[in-house]
Design a protein around this ligand. Structure first.
Ligand code: SF4
Ligand code: SF4
Length: 450
């Protein structure tokens, strides 16, 4: 399955975790809620008191996080999610939502041309942002070969501006990684997400080749390549019907593999008749899964293991800004660039009616001004009456629209279960991190004590 690629940790949250595995200051990847969302969050946070205290204590360089937008900027920051090989893939994962997208683009292999790569890179890097984040995804982006990515880096060097930062992230099934990939990814400092759904008996139920053969052994070989070349990586685990009852097995397995950056993504898919797909999460299982993972993580791994959702909750509590788009108040966080130059607003919404334009003939500023794009962004709100009355709304934000049916999240009860179970301990952890951060930084920023 092709899945969104997310940040290891926001730089500001990394600062809280200085000294632990999270203190790496990883570049932000995708999708990244824009600064526009922050003010809305700031007013409606469940942790308003904590954050107000943080505002008083934070040094000026961090205060921008509480500001709706830098007035000098003309556009909200955004990142790119690029599909250089569209939905083409060497696997046939049973739950993949992107494989069928190939039908939109006609038969044959789908590959991004040098012309599209050049135009996309030039136009993106001309945007006045301090960080330009390229997320390479599919299908399987490694089908493009190392040469394509070498061209991409050359293009970035040609069009990058002095002092600007460029981050590259690659989401892969891991099966095609070899020594040449390892060398390239390490040299160019790509952050790699590799998909592992648990030990072979769980992983191989869904992540299969066309002949039904499981891919686990090949993925392990790919993981070894990343380790051998010291490529920064995280593991993405899709939680589906196959592994929904095995939280402990999955978490312990990733622990045995030494994976300290983990992402758990919910598999929610409906058939055209509205019925849940058989491979998707059963009702109630997502909440249970998250509670179990939290109970394994909280007592001993908070400083050792980064879990993307948990990072986002802590970031939300500490800074007002979540790091996951589904916790944001607006869906305009990134653009999807398909291999053939078409632009869409979200990985889950590559549909003809949501096509925004063509990157060869338009630019990002024009795309952001489109009424169609604004309408799309507002789709995240308003929320149902149930959500408006829910005390977890400032965190959950009514969930991702793709998970909603008749205006309400299919996972609503799961989110409530999980937040009820964990929010008190998240707030305690956030308060402790805030206090630690302040103690460490008093000397650096003496004026923050005024
Ligand atoms: S629909 Fe919105 S919340 Fe869901 S993945 Fe897309 S951008 Fe994120
Ligand atoms: S937990 Fe349910 S009611 Fe509360 S905000 Fe989320 S989807 Fe809405």
């Amino acid at each position: 399955m092709c899945l969104p690629f997310y940040p290891q940790i926001t730089p500001i949250l990394a600062d809280y975790f200085q000294g632990g595995p999270l203190g790496v200051g990883r570049s932000v990847c995708l999708p990244f809620p824009s600064a526009d969302c922050c003010w809305w969050f700031f007013r409606r946070s469940v942790a308003a008191r904590l954050r107000a205290a943080c505002v008083r204590q934070f040094p000026p360089p961090l205060l921008f996080l509480f500001h709706p937008q830098n007035p000098k900027k003309t556009m909200a920051d955004f990142s790119l999610l690029i599909k250089p090989a569209s939905g083409d893939c060497n696997l046939r994962c049973r739950y993949c939502f992107y494989l069928p997208k190939r039908e939109l683009f006609g038969p044959g292999a789908h590959r991004m041309s040098a012309k599209v790569l050049e135009a996309m890179t030039r136009k993106f890097l001309s945007q006045p942002m301090s960080l330009h984040s390229f997320g390479w995804q599919g299908g399987e982006p490694t089908l493009m070969g190392v040469d394509f990515f070498q061209q991409a880096r050359a293009c970035q060097r040609r069009h990058g501006r002095a002092g600007g930062r460029i981050a590259n992230a690659l989401q892969t099934n891991g099966t095609l990684l070899d020594a040449a990939w390892g060398r390239f990814l390490a040299q160019e400092q790509f952050l790699v997400g590799i998909s592992i759904d648990g030990p072979a008996e769980l992983h191989d139920q869904s992540r299969v080749y066309g002949d039904g053969r499981g891919s686990h052994a090949e993925v392990m070989r790919g993981l070894a390549v990343l380790r051998e070349h010291r490529v920064e990586h995280n593991v993405l685990t899709l939680v589906s019907h196959a592994n929904e009852d095995h939280a402990e097995t999955v978490y312990n397995y990733l622990g045995e593999l030494g994976v300290t950056y983990q992402q758990y993504i919910e598999c929610v898919e409906f058939a055209p008749d509205g019925q849940r797909r058989p491979y998707a999460l059963s009702p109630g299982k997502w909440g249970e899964f998250l509670c179990r993972i939290f109970d394994l993580w909280y007592p001993q791994d908070t400083r050792r293991v980064s879990i993307r959702l948990f990072d986002s909750i802590l970031s939300r509590l500490l800074t007002g800004v979540p790091t996951i788009c589904s916790m944001s108040g607006d869906c305009r966080n990134y653009f999807v660039i398909e291999h053939n130059c078409e632009v869409y607003p979200c990985d889950f919404q590559v549909r003809p009616e949501l096509r925004l334009g063509n990157i060869l003939t338009t630019d990002f500023a024009a795309l952001q001004k489109l009424e169609k794009y604004r309408r799309w962004g507002r789709k995240k709100n308003p929320h149902s009456a149930t959500c408006e009355a829910c005390r977890f709304l400032p965190l959950c934000m009514g969930d991702c629209p793709k998970n909603r049916r008749r205006g309400q999240s299919y996972l609503c009860e799961d989110w409530q279960l999980f937040y009820q179970h964990s929010i008190g301990r998240f707030e305690e952890l956030a308060a402790a991190l805030g206090a630690e951060w302040q103690a460490k930084n008093v000397q650096k920023w003496p004026h923050s004590q005024k």
